[in-house]
Design a protein around this ligand. Structure first.
Ligand code: IFM
Length: 401
């Protein structure tokens, strides 16, 4: 059982992003190659340029009411060739983290958020036999160098990468095999376990976890068979990964966006939408109650819960504000019921590059013009208001502070 350290803010109000989605000036990684091969709706470019505008951005996050920022490290910058570490890139990230802390924002740092250096991807990516050792070398280097970081996430969405890249084939490396996808997932879990132990051996006080994508599965029709199917999908997609890593997670990090409806309609698709309901720019249904259910469910693991991502792609700022308020409200209810919720990270601070979907989905609390000018959107006020209202904590055993 892990406790929440008194040295951290009692509740983290954060914004989340990842290197490839906002930094620009990428030196070359598997996603850039995928984009160059025409596999995405448009290519990522340098207009956001968080890599050089990070000071402005962390000030903006502060203005949005945040006291935390989740970022990821771009492995291809830190180790552009096997064993060649780029000191300038390390220094640059150190500056970024210092600037983050100087704004009063607690950094939560993800080591791997989907992208891989070319030398790793070309050797076989997550299935390369040298992957585990390479990932651990990177982990050791970054944890030793960035000792100001107290919250580490080893791997972002370990189930999404195998699904999109190895089963559906719409992300790199473009394979289409469930069997291979499952091998990737078990490899990620094994790597997480070793990385967790390594980080704790270097920084025993750091909190280490995953950011796990969860979906609320609901029965499309209220029959025992549909309920059983929804429960099965929950066990396989949501619970399995946490069940297999619960001894090596100091917090349960959940990325939650939406629900999906369990149905036997053909072709069989474990992630169908309901028909005739409003959907976001990502084609996802809005279901704050799903976040309540999943936070309440995750309380069983006896760890602090961080919502490491939650957000909406829309151009309707009233809708964005309602989304934030209803989801934070759901979390407040889960906490009142005993879930030890310690953070809410909105995805994302800035409009950014949404992988295969390109720049069209607008998740950001701030818009970014082609010349890089940032403009905070009206919907961002919802995060500021929620943060100002504070969050009633529970100790996970029914006590409230
Ligand atoms: O943009 C992504 C992020 O990289 C991982 N989680 C889901 C987000 C929205 O699709």
């Amino acid at each position: 059982m892990s406790e929440w350290p008194s040295t951290l803010p009692p509740f983290l109000w954060g914004v989340a992003s990842s290197s490839h989605q906002v930094e620009g000036r990428q030196p070359g990684n598997d996603w850039l190659s995928w984009e160059e091969a025409g596999r995405t709706r448009g290519r990522s470019d340098d207009h956001i340029d968080h890599w050089t505008r990070y000071r402005e951005d962390v000030a903006l996050y502060r203005e949005m009411g945040a006291n935390a920022s989740r970022i990821s490290l771009e492995w291809s910058r830190l180790e552009p060739e096997p064993g060649r570490w780029d000191d300038d890139a390390f220094d640059h990230y150190a500056d970024m983290l210092d600037a983050t802390r100087a704004q009063g924002l607690e950094p939560l740092v993800t080591i791997s958020h989907f992208t891989l250096p070319l030398f790793v991807a070309e050797a076989g990516g997550w299935l390369w036999e040298g992957m585990e050792e390479a990932f651990l070398r990177l982990t050791e280097k970054v944890v030793q160098r960035f000792s100001q970081v107290r919250l580490w996430c080893t791997i972002n969405e370990p189930t999404v990468l195998p699904l999109m890249g190895y089963e559906e084939g719409v992300w790199p490396p473009g394979q289409r095999s469930l069997r291979v996808g499952l091998r990737v997932l078990s490899r990620e879990i094994a790597i997480h376990e070793r990385a967790y132990r390594l980080i704790k051996s270097i920084e025993p006080a750091a909190l280490v976890g995953l950011a796990h994508h969860v979906v609320r599965f609901r029965p499309l029709v209220n029959t025992p068979a549909h309920r059983a199917l929804a429960a099965f999908l929950h066990r396989t997609f949501n619970a399995w990964t946490i069940d297999h890593t619960k001894e090596v997670q100091d917090f349960i990090g959940l990325n939650y966006y939406s629900c999906r409806w369990a149905t036997f309609r053909r072709p069989v698709n474990p992630f169908p939408n309901r028909r005739g309901v409003p959907l976001t720019q990502m084609g996802w249904e809005i279901d704050p109650e799903g976040l309540f259910d999943l936070a309440a469910w995750a309380a069983r693991y006896g760890r602090p819960i961080l919502i490491t991502e939650n957000g909406i792609a829309t151009d309707d700022e009233d809708e964005r504000a309602r989304y934030i308020k209803s989801h934070v409200g759901a979390l407040r209810r889960a906490a009142a019921g005993g879930a030890d919720v310690r953070g809410y990270f909105y995805w994302s601070g800035l409009d950014n590059f949404e992988w295969a979907e390109g720049y069209r989905p607008h998740f950001g609390l701030a818009a970014v013009a082609p010349d890089g000018t940032r403009t905070i959107k009206a919907g961002a006020a919802a995060l500021r208001e929620e943060a100002a209202a504070g969050f009633a904590l529970t100790d996970g055993r029914g006590g409230v502070s």
